[in-house]
Design a protein. Structure first.
Length: 85
């Protein structure tokens, strides 16, 4: 389960480095995986997992999930939030 990483930006140009990795277990009940974000300045990261949104701690936030169907990350600041990834 190798991670995929990318820099994300807010509408104001602030950046965060985010990574995620996942796999689908043989039971067919969604995906299992982890995510991580390193945010800078007054920015923060959000994670969306099957309809619930949580803020990740600064400067480094990590989390795991099991049996999820939809997992997305984005970075936000006072100018708003960037696109979900």
């Amino acid at each position: 389960m190798a991670p995929i990483c990318t820099p994300l930006t807010t509408p104001g140009g602030a950046k965060a480095d985010v990574c995620r990795a996942w796999y689908r277990e043989g039971d067919g009940n969604g995906y299992h995986g982890w995510f991580a974000a390193t945010v800078f300045g007054a920015s923060f990261a959000q994670v969306y997992v099957d309809g619930a949104i949580a803020h990740l701690a600064r400067p480094d936030g990590v989390g795991v999930y099991r049996h999820a169907d939809n997992v997305r990350l984005r970075v936000c600041n006072s100018n708003g939030c960037g696109a979900w990834w």
